[in-house]
Design a protein around this ligand. Structure first.
Ligand SMILES: O=C(O)CCC(=O)C(=O)O
Length: 308
């Protein structure tokens, strides 16, 4: 899939990616269209406790994998004709053309919800504790798994879900309403992409306002933490090796965003290739994470981003 009309290359996207591993659009995309989409999503779904399984049903058959949106079960597909404000935005297509070359394709797109504490049943809170990846999919009723629900996620690279694949794709995130410090904004570590792909959980130490990030192979970079608060229609794009995460939503309402993964067309040459060739580490890994047991359940505690 491609977004349609392409635009002239935007070199700010490439220089931002080279230096920081991310590009933040200079202005929001159409905020009215974003708010209209949000209203339709909220009319379709209430993001309260009714999302969740009861404890007995969960315990009877815990499912830790296959709990995210997938083809045929993706609420955003219902709103496909409302996405022109992102997919047709010249700022978006220009940045993607510059980074990925023409003919890039959407690997997937979905709605992501930061669930507020008030909506999470006590038994779920007890279970997730200090887990690293609080994707609430396992605890959500199957019919609502057409959205990804988070209660925070530790610093990670989006390559985490793609073992044996090059970092030849980017993530695009769009806020559908204003996101303040209380609304689980993304925390992004500027320049962390430079070490290339490393295994989750990552080697991170706080150093004053910055983070020291190591690749466990002798290299270390100091990264500034950038908190992505933003207005309705705010869009950020980041490299698949850029560390980012969220703290639990502290507001009394959910945070709703759109998340796209967008890849270079196979066999083409683009700026992302030069960028990946200049990384100080690999652009792909055979094994991307160590935090899960064989059934997909979390087996490591000690979340870092919650201490940011
Ligand atoms: O929306 C969130 O809370 C986390 C999203 C995120 O980090 C991701 O989708 O990779």
């Amino acid at each position: 899939m491609a977004f349609g009309e392409t635009q002239p290359a935007t070199s700010a996207a490439v220089s931002d990616f080279t230096e920081h591993g991310r590009h933040i659009l200079p202005a929001p995309v159409d905020a009215e269209a974003a708010a209209a989409l949000l209203a339709e999503i909220r009319a379709d779904r209430s993001f309260g406790q009714a999302l969740f399984l009861d404890q007995a049903s969960f315990e009877a058959n815990p499912q830790y994998t296959g709990v995210n949106p997938r083809p045929g079960r993706n609420l955003l597909d219902r709103f496909a004709d409302r996405l022109g404000f992102v997919e047709g935005s010249p700022m978006v297509t220009g940045a993607l053309d510059a980074l990925l070359g023409q003919g890039w394709e959407v690997l997937n797109r979905k709605i992501v919800c930061g669930v507020p504490q008030s909506a999470i049943p006590g038994w779920v809170k007890d279970k997730i504790g200090d887990d690293l990846v609080n994707n609430l999919g396992p605890y959500v009723r199957p019919e609502y798994r057409d959205v990804t629900y988070f209660y925070g996620i530790d610093f990670h690279q989006d390559l985490i879900d793609f073992k044996d694949r090059d970092a030849d794709f980017v993530t695009l995130y769009c806020y559908l309403h204003p996101v303040t410090r209380a609304d689980a904004p993304l925390y992004l570590l500027d320049g962390s992409h430079a070490l290339g792909a490393t295994v989750f959980p990552h080697d991170l130490r706080r150093d004053g306002e910055a983070w020291l990030y190591g690749d466990r192979a002798g290299q270390e970079v100091a990264c500034a933490q950038r908190i992505l608060t933003g207005e309705t229609g705010f869009v950020a794009i980041w490299h698949a090796c850029t560390l980012h995460g969220t703290q639990p939503d502290a507001a009394d309402h959910e945070r709703i965003s759109l998340r796209y993964l967008i890849a270079k067309r196979p066999g083409t040459k683009a700026a992302i290739d030069d960028l990946n060739a200049a990384l100080k580490g690999p652009a792909r890994l055979a094994s991307t994470r160590l935090d899960l047991a064989a059934d997909g359940s979390p087996q490591i505690k000690g979340n870092t981003v919650n201490r940011a």
